[in-house]
Design a protein around this ligand. Structure first.
Ligand SMILES: [Mg+2]
Length: 386
């Protein structure tokens, strides 16, 4: 079953108001850019996937697909996933660092060819996956407490907050207000988004960088608030400090969402940098290889909870990965009303991926990643295609 074509389009999803994510608050984002990939076989099966393309990189991925990936993949057997993954690694090394979304589309085609959802092909658990509402903005403590109560009423049993205040006291005040509002039974996660050297954290565009002492002091404060994990407290290549922090912290330390490639992930694991590893099927490595990494982490009593700040299509691939791993307890579900909502993020799907009343996301019953593209909805949002 050979690959006949690899297509991609860049879409822009307009936000109802400017969004100021904690990792880039200056200016405000007016839309989400996403690349939709379609891998078609000679039998007419079309595997799909979607990756989010911040920093204006969407056109670069499209060009990488047009000039490198399509010529490399056309003619290959869709079931030769390891050979295909090696082609993606070549592109990641020399052309564009995150072509992995194409690998998800390949696996979607494999699932469709077999008539099975990926989590079934991979021997996973078909139960709905517990989802946490992943907030993106830093808002005032009172506002966040109200926001948190609302999503708990909708069914969520976990919430991830972002912290970027100048002082630990301000960061902790936000988390404390939310804990007070939602009570002891809701899981709270805290993301510091400190891993990228390029990100700005203040509205004026300057940086506020944590050092080891701030990270550990914050972790100790958050332990008193029963926080489930502290995410990306230090630079992503600061392996020694991450290891020491993980060893010293009273709460789990999470990270790795943008440490790309199998070798980097294994390096993190061998250095014992985190309690929880967060590779993303669209952004970190080929999704089949991430399953193997998940097993390696499980053998060391470490968890893998994929990063999935993505559109509904991007979440769909990671959802299959979550369900296939024995050491994954949560699905990241981007949800920060009134901007980050399914009406915006899931418009490319004929049926949005929605949590049930218990805050769990059911696995779609369809084969592959289990979703269908709404071509009519994508047409007016498309800005480029190859
Ligand atoms: Mg994160």
């Amino acid at each position: 079953m050979r690959i006949r074509d690899v297509r991609a389009r860049l879409i822009e999803l307009p936000y109802p108001r400017p969004f100021r994510p904690s990792w880039a608050p200056e200016g405000g984002h007016r839309s989400m850019s996403a690349v939709i990939v379609e891998v078609e076989t000679e039998d007419g099966i079309v595997g799909v996937s979607g990756g989010d393309m911040g920093h204006g990189t969407g056109p670069i991925l499209l060009e990488a697909i047009r000039t490198w990936l399509r010529p490399q993949l056309v003619g290959l057997d869709i079931f030769e996933t390891q050979g295909i993954a090696n082609r993606l690694r070549y592109v990641a090394e020399y052309v564009f660092p995150r072509p992995w979304v194409v690998g998800v589309a390949v696996w979607d085609a494999v699932g469709k060819a077999c008539g099975q959802p990926l989590h079934r092909l991979w021997g996973g658990d078909p139960s709905p996956v517990r989802a946490y509402a992943s907030f993106g903005e830093v808002r005032g403590a009172q506002q966040r407490a109200e926001d948190a109560l609302r999503v708990v009423e909708e069914g969520f049993t976990g919430i991830k907050l972002r912290v970027h205040a100048d002082t630990i006291a301000e960061d902790v005040a936000q988390v404390a207000a939310v804990r007070e509002a939602v009570g002891p039974d809701v899981a709270l996660m805290v993301d510091a988004n400190q891993a990228a050297a390029s990100w700005r954290y203040r509205p004026d565009g300057t940086r506020m960088i944590w050092d080891f002492d701030r990270a550990l002091a914050t972790a100790r404060e958050l332990a008193d608030l029963d926080v489930a994990w502290l995410e990306e407290p230090l630079g992503r290549h600061d392996y020694r400090s991450l290891r020491e922090l993980t060893a010293a912290s009273p709460i789990p330390i999470a990270g790795g969402e943008h440490n790309r490639g199998f070798g980097h992930l294994v390096h993190l694991l061998e250095d014992d940098c985190f309690n929880i590893y967060q590779p993303d099927a669209n952004e970190s490595e080929e999704i089949g290889a991430l399953r193997m990494f998940g097993m390696m982490a499980a053998a060391r009593q470490r968890k893998v909870i994929p990063h999935a700040w993505a559109t509904g299509l991007g979440v769909a691939g990671n959802l299959q990965l979550c369900a296939s791993l024995p050491n994954c307890e949560w699905l990241e579900y981007p949800y920060d009303p009134p901007v980050i909502v399914p009406d915006v993020f899931h418009v490319m799907l004929t049926r949005p991926l929605l949590p049930d009343a218990s805050g769990n996301v059911p696995l779609p019953e369809g084969p592959g990643i289990g979703v269908e593209l709404d071509h009519a909805a994508m047409e007016p949002l498309t800005v480029q295609q190859v």
